[in-house]
Design a protein around this ligand. Structure first.
Ligand SMILES: [Zn+2]
Ligand SMILES: [Zn+2]
Length: 125
């Protein structure tokens, strides 16, 4: 069981059985997180539970059918979800329970920020 929360602590969640993780370098993740990339862990919706802060969780539709959840109070980026999928992705940096995935592939590296660690070395995606 893994638990996570936003910066102000009012939105809290828990999940089990992580399926996969990724460092996403797409422009939407960069913009939403204000960072070079976003690291997400995906789980089945059935393995995910929102424990608190349902009333504070804003779901921004960033593209057709894609919803990005953030805390209305502190702005923490927490989740993204494809409404046609039975999975949800949670931002690994919001976890309070340590989780170190064995393998975290870099995806959407064609939009990798030129100032991102690894960019100058030309690290392959
Ligand atoms: Zn918050
Ligand atoms: Zn992304």
């Amino acid at each position: 069981m893994y638990q996570g929360s936003c910066l102000c602590g009012q939105v809290r969640f828990q999940l089990t059985t992580p399926i996969r993780a990724s460092h996403c370098h797409c422009r939407m993740c960069q913009k939403q997180h204000g960072a070079a990339f976003a690291t997400y862990v995906s789980v089945k919706l059935a393995d995910f539970q929102l424990l608190a802060g349902d009333d504070l969780l804003v779901q921004f539709q960033s593209s057709a059918g894609i919803y990005r959840g953030f805390c209305h109070c502190c702005g923490s980026s927490l989740f993204w979800r494809d409404s046609s999928s039975d999975e949800i992705a949670a931002a690994l940096a919001s976890f309070d329970t340590p989780l170190v995935p064995e393998h975290i592939p870099d995806i959407y590296t064609q939009s990798r920020a030129p100032w991102c660690p690894g960019a100058q070395r030309g690290t392959p995606g």
